[in-house]
Write a protein that binds this ligand. Structure first.
Ligand code: URA
Length: 203
């Protein structure tokens, strides 16, 4: 049976420990570990991805696999140093199906996104960023509390119900999946462009 996520800790480190034995949805069981957010505890900008991937699950850190390398490259190109930001995910366990020796990524379902949301809310409460960046549909759903089309809403500073400012962009994995080089280059450029909008918030 699942036990709702109840972040109790008053600091990020304490909440990270609370999250380590989260049982709020079934994803904890097959996963290696909870992958909590990391970075500057007073970051002016918080980046939110979907969920840890295979490598993140094994290493226990967000955005350290192929999507992370794409993210790092784009950040660098936008002139932003990752260590000044806070980086996390909407869902903190890796969801996958085994296929032979491989583990194939599965998109988190709405109940899983909802079950995990208290952790993200607590991260936002404690870090108090000036800007939350939702990368991809899952992050958008968690940050905004509803699904929103990315194409139409990306690249503009929006306001959350809480009054906090938010930016929507694509997920770095989307760029990895594009089959054609020309589209990849164009989309990568758009992503870097969105990231450049965050520079002003770093002050
Ligand atoms: N994709 C994500 O959304 N988050 C990670 O941490 C890694 C890949």
């Amino acid at each position: 049976p699942s036990v709702p996520a109840r972040p109790k800790g008053g600091t990020l480190d304490a909440v990270r420990l609370d999250a380590a034995d989260c049982r709020a949805c079934p994803l904890w069981a097959p996963a290696t570990q909870t992958v909590f957010g990391e970075g500057n505890a007073k970051a002016p900008v918080m980046f939110v991805g979907e969920q840890p991937g295979d490598q993140e699950d094994l290493e226990g850190h967000p955005f350290v696999g192929p999507a992370g390398r794409m993210f790092d490259k784009a950040l660098e190109e936008a002139g932003i140093s990752r260590d000044r930001a806070y980086v996390t995910n909407a869902v903190k366990h890796f969801k996958f199906v085994p296929r032979g020796k491989r583990r194939i990524h599965q998109k988190p379902a709405t109940p899983e996104i909802r079950a995990c949301r208290p952790w993200l809310e607590r991260e936002i409460e404690l870090v108090k960023p000036r800007l939350v960046v939702a990368m991809g549909a899952t992050a958008v759903q968690s940050v905004f509390g509803k699904a929103m089309p990315i194409g139409k809403n990306r690249g503009q500073i929006l306001e959350l119900d809480s009054g906090m400012q938010a930016l929507i962009t694509v997920h770095p994995s989307f760029l990895l999946r594009l089959p054609d080089e020309e589209a990849k280059l164009a989309e990568y450029g758009n992503f870097v462009g969105d990231l450049r909008l965050t520079a002003a918030f770093f002050g």
